[in-house]
Ligand binder design. Sequence first.
Ligand code: ACO
Length: 326
Amino acid sequence: MIRSRIVGTGSYLPAQVVTNAELAKRVDTSDEWIRTRTGIRERRIAAEEETTSDMGTEAANRAVAHAGIAPSEIDLIVLATATPDMSFPSSACIVQHRLGIIGKPAFDLSAACSGFLYALGVADQFLRNRSARTALVIGAEKFSRVLDWSDRNTCVLFGDGAGAAILRAEEGERGILSTHLHADGTYADMLMVARSGSRNPITQELIRTEAEYLVMRGNELFRVAVKTLEEAVLEALAANGLQAADVDLLIPHQANIRIIAATAKRLGLPMEKVVVNLERYGNTSAASIPIALDEAVRTDRIRPGDHVLFESFGGGLTWASALLKW
Ligand code: ACO
């Protein structure tokens, strides 16, 4: 059987650290509120001129080096982002050019925080049906660009960054066992950035209004997230005839420690089996899972044969899970 195996990972975080205390100087909040409600202590914010594709390229280069392959071996690039450099060309095409690859398919995928698992699911299909042999899957975001820095409800939650994985089609038991992608547009307005699309083109009137920034009904989102994530992880286990006890490591989307803990509790997983880094990076949307994966790989938290479970939830609404045998 052909499976997609992750043979290299990489990540990139911008240098600038913004602590909760620094945010408390800008908006009416406190380190204590942010830590206890979300688990976040600090986040990275990209430099003014640093783009989503810059960060994606850096993460991709590190993943390529880690996999020990030449960029020319990559025959598919899927880049998940909700904050592309521009409407088009895609950020994936810009990354492809920087890597010196010509002629192979490259495209962006929009599924907000679920973007990386969506991209993983899409690349897995290409590899398993032999349309590609080696895929580069990236999650890259510059959420700092779409935040209203005077809105304490949202500006404390997010950060910038990128992560990447190299997937290779291989015969055998190791690799992606299944991916499960879901969406429900009923809740489209629960989390959105309404500006600059065809519905709300940029006009003088729209500048500096709510339409320009991310808006979120956080409280409702929290409840839907806990419910759908539980369904998604149980679906992945059931699809593979596995029990929660078979999971060696859970790598969740890093939105809120209370959401992560609720899923771990539902599975009966001790927090030692859960990768958490949101205290350092906040919610980096589509980049959060590949950054967490890269850190887990580089700190030897994953061993060959381990069952690794991924789950994510985000704007759309979208939610997803994936199960891998490492
Ligand atoms: N500092 C201080 N007070 C704050 C802050 C802040 N930064 N933000 C909100 N508050 C206040 C609110 O104004 C509210 O005050 P009020 O009662 O006087 O009106 C109070 O705190 C409680 O607000 P809640 O929204 O009930 O707080 P909650 O405990 O739900 O925490 C949070 C809010 C952290 C946003 C939580 O609901 C959450 O994490 N939701 C999920 C969000 C999420 O995951 N979003 C990302 C999805 S991924 C993607 O696709 C990008």
